[in-house]
Each structure stands twice: as C-alpha cells, then as structure tokens.
Design a binder for this molecule. Structure first.
Ligand code: ZN
Length: 270
C-alpha cells in the first residue's frame, strides 16, 4: 500500500505561546498543571454522537474538500459540544478556512511549508491546505483524521490547556519538548475518540484505520512549533509508533478520558 504524503506532514499547530527560548538542562519527569493532567474533560465519558454522514472524497478539488471537511466539522461540533459543556467550559465552534497556497494568512502568521493543516489559538481557526494530489485514492480517510486532530487542538483551547501550555515555553528544552509531545499526542488521541465513536456509521473497512495507525497517524509534521524549538517531527510529535498508539487508544475508548497523555510514562510519549 502506498504511504500517503499526507501522513508525513499533517497536523501542525501554531501559536505565539511557544515563542519562549529553550535552554538545555537536565529535568526529571514533570508533574503537569491540573489544567492539563486533571482536566474535567477526562470525566465526561464516551461521545454520544455515533452517527456522522461522511461524504465521498474523490477528486480532491478545493470545493469538494471544503464541502467534505465542513460536513465532518459539523459532526465534530455536535460530538464535542455536550462534552465541553459537561466539563464546565464554554463552547464555541472553531473557525475554518481552506487555502491553496503556502504563506496564506492564518491568524498565526503565514501558513508554513510542510504542514497539511494548522490550528491557530489566537483566533480559534483551523486552516487546511488543499494541494493537487491531496486525495490519492477515492475515499482517503486521512483528511478526516487530520481535521479531527486539529479539532483536538480546539478542544485543548476551549478547556484551557493551550493557555496552560504557555507556562512551559520558557522551561528547559527537554521539559518543553516533553510537554509539546504530550500536547500533540493528546490531539491525535482526541481525533481517535471521534473517529472511533462514529466509525460504524462510516462506510469503511477496519483495515483503512489500521493502516493509518500503523503508519503513525497524522504523522511527523513540520509544525510551526518546530520553527521555534529547532527540531521537527519526533521531537515535537512523538514517534510514529506512539502517534499510532494514541490514535488507537482514542479510537478504542471513544472518550477523552483515554487521552490523558500528561500522566503517561515517558516511553509512551517519546
Ligand atoms: Zn497538532
């Protein structure tokens, strides 16, 4: 089977919170802030949506992709709104735009090369890049995983996790990268929660999901964080095996409670 190009460059995250300078130091495993490690979102139980009508993605044209992702976003909003509220937070939908060129404005600066999508915490906006070849096979599952990952960042925004992350940007490089990986792997897990919950309403085979898990989910992206911390890929998003692990854990649990990466052993967030 082919390895989708998307798998190699999805799911970027951009925010000025990560602008702090990193300094080398030895650090033991940190105890993360309650907003991260003890969020009430973990106690909200399984998603209750179960049904999402997925449109067929065939040509990869801008209009088709926008329509497809709009519909998936409707499902994501419907799935997560009750859980965000149940956890005691205000809910709002993320803004969303589709672009076709690197450098387009995102609210967090120009869109960086190498990313498939991006969430900007300054304006709560998801930006998705559509380029020729986005859809390599009709019905590709990966765009759904990518948008669900970016939505994971929106959940982190609504629940105050984004803000809590800001406290780690001025820490040692090792501490900061540990936090960034937990943050990214959590977004991947939250993507899995949604997809697992609506899976049986999608007209898909289990092998399609297993394939993405095996190849590291939305993958090793060149994210906007990476620009600031010098180092891409595994350092900021975790190994392919661990990305797949958290995507699957979310899928299997269908609950944000399965996605507390902040308490996971280091080996699962490396
Ligand atoms: Zn991300």
């Amino acid at each position: 089977m082919r390895i989708s190009r998307l798998a190699l460059m999805a799911g970027a995250l951009a925010t000025v919170l990560f602008a702090g300078t990193a300094h080398a130091a030895t650090v033991s495993a940190p105890a993360y802030k309650p907003a991260l490690a003890k969020s009430p979102i973990y106690k909200t139980g399984k998603l209750g949506l179960e049904t999402c009508e997925e449109q067929k993605l065939e040509s990869g044209s801008v209009d088709e992709v926008r329509g497809y992702l709009d519909a998936v976003l409707d499902c994501l909003n419907a799935a997560w709104e009750p859980k965000i509220k149940k956890a005691g937070f205000a809910f709002s939908k993320p803004k969303f735009q589709v672009i076709t060129k690197i450098g387009a404005p995102t609210g967090c600066g120009g869109y960086p090369a190498g990313a498939q999508a991006l969430y900007c915490s300054l304006n709560n906006k998801i930006t998705f890049l559509v380029t020729p070849g986005l859809v390599e096979e009709p019905g590709d599952l990966l765009p759904m995983v990518v948008i669900a990952h970016e939505y994971g960042h929106h959940i982190q925004q609504l629940t105050g996790m984004f803000k809590a992350m800001g406290g780690y940007s001025g820490k040692s490089e090792a501490t900061f990268l540990d936090a960034v990986r937990r943050f990214e792997l959590q977004a991947e897990c939250l993507a899995g929660v949604f997809i697992g919950n609506v899976w049986h309403s999608l007209d898909r085979r289990q092998t399609e999901f297993d394939y993405i898990v095996k190849h590291g989910g939305t993958g090793l992206d060149l994210s906007a964080i990476g620009v600031k911390v010098k180092g891409w890929g595994e350092q900021t998003h975790g190994s392919a095996a661990n990305i797949g692990r958290w995507l699957k854990r979310g899928f299997d649990t269908e609950s944000a409670g399965g996605c507390n990466t902040w308490k996971a052993p280091k080996s699962q967030v490396s």
